[in-house]
Design a protein around this ligand. Structure first.
Ligand code: SF4
Length: 363
């Protein structure tokens, strides 16, 4: 049963303030906003007995990842659970999509600047337009929404949007501090590390001091200038400056998605993180019918080039497997390129400045 068991529906709750969805795990796709206790119970039973088809409906990312990769979110959660069977995690995505960056593989749900950009570009792929057309506003926020109830959890995860730029995240940390629970809780913050603003007169470093410990998960998609392109318009020097400060009070993990634009350069993230004595993870594969920037959009000749470079730098086998095993979809490739070129025109950037291998397709 270890091959399919996942602890998430037993020990985790993920609260999405924007959609109103409460689900067992942030990796899941398609979990209904109106899910009732029975669906939670049925999923738990399925993980215990192996019988049922809910995993196929909601856990596609893990299923696909495990076909190619030794790591997956499920395996990572299982390992954490085995190390600490008492764990109970609350993950909070505040009711705001505010983010100062517009990463290619992100969506308007998680980035107000992507939402804003989409409103200003007329020829985007329908997938990119979906949210912006629906709400027609660059920052979608539900300020009236109440904060979640505090309870004796072991880990509080805060994600975004840009987590450190959203006031509700600070209000929730304050609520845990006021309740006296924070000193037993590990704080885990996912951030793009580009800013550390003050809310309620405190910046993040003031809040961290009241928690048991803290892990800063720094989202990057490449190292240096390449990250500035993928996670536009970030400034690498600023990220490094903040990482230095984070390291003084937390553990720092660099986390990258795996997508068609960055897969050939993830070894730079690995070596960069190691040089800073930090860990890294490439556990999040961009995947699913609503994504443009999947490995399926990566042409075969570019894959060959990346594979050659992987053999010389000794990158891990799992990334090789993505490049070798995931089918190429020419139609998706065309849609992804059209989306990227429109964004380049709007931003005044050019993919080829740093990734000349895409030249035959940049038309
Ligand atoms: S998506 Fe993966 S990690 Fe999440 S509940 Fe399903 S198997 Fe577990």
């Amino acid at each position: 049963m270890k091959d399919i068991y996942c602890p998430q529906p037993f020990v985790s709750v993920v609260i999405n303030g924007l959609s109103g969805r409460v689900q067992p795990c942030c990796v899941m796709k398609g979990w209904p906003v109106s899910a009732d206790e029975k669906l939670w119970k049925d999923l738990r039973t399925e993980f215990l007995t192996g019988e049922g088809n809910l995993k196929e409906r909601f856990c596609q990312s893990c299923i696909e990842q495990e076909k190619h990769h030794q790591e997956s979110p499920r395996k990572s959660y299982l390992e954490q659970y085995e190390q600490n069977p008492d764990m109970f995690t609350m993950e909070y995505n505040a009711p705001s999509n505010y983010c100062n960056l517009k990463c290619h593989m992100c969506s308007p749900w998680n980035s107000s600047t992507i939402a804003s950009e989409n409103l200003n570009i007329t020829h985007l792929d329908p997938l990119s337009q979906e949210f912006s057309d629906k709400y027609g506003d660059k920052i979608f926020v539900r300020p009236e929404q109440e904060l979640p109830d505090v309870r004796p959890i072991t880990t509080l995860k805060l994600v975004g949007g840009e987590t450190l730029a959203i006031k509700q995240n600070y209000d929730l940390m304050q609520k845990f501090i006021d309740s006296g629970l924070s000193e037993n809780i590990t704080l885990e913050i996912t951030t793009n590390a580009t800013l550390t603003p003050k809310f309620n007169d405190w910046d993040i470093f003031n809040y961290i001091a009241y928690f048991k410990d803290c892990k800063m998960v720094v989202s990057v998609e490449g190292w240096g200038e390449k990250n500035n392109y993928f996670r536009y318009p970030s400034k690498w020097e600023k990220i490094m400056e903040n990482v230095k400060k984070f390291k003084e009070c937390s553990t720092v993990v660099f986390a990258s998605t795996v997508n068609c634009l960055n897969i050939g350069y993830l070894h730079d993230v690995k070596f960069g993180a190691e040089n800073l004595n930090c860990s890294y993870t490439f556990g999040s594969l961009v995947w699913g019918p609503k994504e443009l920037y999947t490995i399926e959009a990566l042409p075969l000749d570019i894959r060959e080039m990346y594979l050659d470079s992987f053999y010389s730098v000794g990158i891990d086998r799992d990334l090789v497997s993505y490049l070798e095993d995931i089918d190429y979809k020419p139609d998706l490739h065309k849609r992804m390129m059209a989306d990227l070129i429109e964004r380049d025109k709007y931003r005044g950037t050019c993919l080829l400045d740093m990734f000349p291998e895409w030249k035959p397709y940049y038309v």
